[in-house]
Design a protein around this ligand. Structure first.
Ligand code: SR1
Ligand code: MG
Length: 430
């Protein structure tokens, strides 16, 4: 593989070589049924990093994800360690323990090939693609809030003894290359001139310059970056956008946790909210006539509200029942006013988490418009004026959310601001 580091025995699979490999993997071959010659393999990876194969046999199917030693989106000039498959496998295992039924089942893992065989999620589709079509997912809020509340709470100091928490920090500490992608692509590059960046030009040129020249914003994003790098609060998924979620109307599965590490909880909750808001603003580019998607817009904003409200309630409920961790030692709260002090502190804890969530959400909205990796919600809008209008609205809300975070005292304040922003007609560059 040229100058790229790979262990002996590693090679990227093709559809043909994968068939021969899977024929030797007992629990996979039996799930597919029939013989190798009966299997259909398609490489369907459309993400930024990896190979993804769908394999179907007479009795069933599997999904196979294999890491490449470089960033697929860019090519071999950007090497990336295969160890991300190890961290993804570790995270999937931990998430399955904490949030059963909400992640795909792992059938087989091969460390040398950096390859994971998983259950085939059918008839699920990537949530982002469904949202672009205007499909409502009635079970989504319930599932994603359970996923986040349980994975974040049970891997935090609120639930774990400090030795166990530090063991988790150790287990994920080497996922540095993936963290560095986030540190660069989300927290640094959109705020400066770098080759990686791109945006809808010339329409968004004045907005890109405005973001680069905003001193308050650069302080705010730097604070968020420090938080991301140094606050090992809980095991976070690390890339929880709507492309990492597969859905049907009544089932939700969270996939792709290769960016997982012990980081700030608000990064995951913010990712979900950011991607819902991006989709909300993008609807102007997907409706057949003005206003056609208004009911959908309403559902998206209700979902934004439900995600925060549901997450908060579930997290607090877990805290009430499972406060087995070394944080907030019980003896410090067992005097006359201890229960009242602790209840007030729990509210304050959730308020801080809400502020983190909004800051990270804003960072994720900005990166998808000015940085390297964009979202198809916006990218698939072919009319550049319409796309730039949606993008300018998203950027303007994100800028305010990040700099004036404390002004947003509730999630309803955020959705109200989104509604106002969506009615604004931005002046575009020419
Ligand atoms: C070079 S990787 C770009 C992005 O793809 C992943 O989905 C992450 O969001 C990452 O930032
Ligand atoms: Mg991914």
């Amino acid at each position: 593989m040229g100058g790229l580091e790979t262990p002996d025995g590693y090679h990227p699979h093709t559809s043909e070589s994968l068939k021969a490999y899977l024929a030797e993997v007992e629990n996979t071959a039996s799930r597919l049924g029939g013989r190798e010659a009966d299997w259909q393999v398609d490489e369907v990876g459309d993400g930024n990093l990896n190979l993804v194969f769908i394999v179907r046999g007479p009795s069933g199917g599997v999904a196979v994800k294999q890491a490449l030693p470089y960033v697929r989106l860019v090519g071999e000039s950007w090497p990336l360690p295969l160890s991300r498959a190890h961290f993804e496998h570790l995270a999937l295992t931990e998430e399955a323990r904490q949030a059963p039924g909400l992640v795909p089942q792992v059938i087989h893992y091969d460390e040398t090939l950096a390859l994971i065989v998983m259950e085939l999620l059918e008839p699920h589709i990537i949530m982002r693609q469904g949202m672009i079509k205007g499909i409502v997912y009635p079970g989504f809020t319930e599932a994603i809030t359970t996923f986040m509340a349980r994975t974040l709470f049970f891997t935090s100091d609120l639930a774990l003894a400090t030795a166990d928490k530090k063991a988790l920090i150790g287990a994920f500490a080497d996922n540095t290359a993936l963290c560095k992608i986030t540190e660069d692509l989300i927290f640094t590059e959109p705020y400066m001139i770098v080759e990686n960046n791109r945006w809808t030009a010339p329409q968004l040129d004045p907005y890109a310059a405005w973001i680069r020249e905003d001193g308050d914003l650069k302080v705010a994003i730097s604070r968020l970056k420090i938080k991301f790098m140094s606050e090992a609060q809980a095991l976070i998924h690390g890339d929880l956008h709507t492309g990492s979620i597969m859905v049907t109307e009544d089932d939700t599965k969270v996939i792709d946790p290769e960016f997982a590490f012990m980081g700030p909880m608000g990064f995951d909750v913010g990712a979900v909210i950011a991607n819902l808001l991006i989709n909300y603003f993008s609807q102007i580019g997907h409706e057949a006539a003005p206003g056609e998607r208004d009911a959908y817009r309403t559902w998206v904003l209700e979902t934004v509200e439900g995600v925060w409200t549901g997450f908060r309630l579930k997290f607090l409920a877990l805290w009430a029942e499972n406060a087995a961790g070394d944080g907030y030692p019980a003896p410090l709260f067992d005097d006359a006013h201890g229960a009242i002090r602790l209840a007030a502190e729990k509210e304050a804890y959730m308020d801080r988490l809400f502020q983190d969530t909004l800051g990270f959400a804003a960072a994720k909205m900005i990166r998808r418009i000015l940085g390297l990796a964009h979202n198809i919600d916006l990218e698939w809008i072919t009319d550049e004026t319409v796309r730039a209008t949606a993008e300018a609205r998203t950027l303007t809300l994100a800028r305010d959310l990040m700099v004036n975070t404390a002004d947003y005292r509730s999630i309803e304040a955020v959705t109200a601001a989104a509604r106002r922003q969506n009615a604004w007609v931005p002046e575009l560059g020419r």
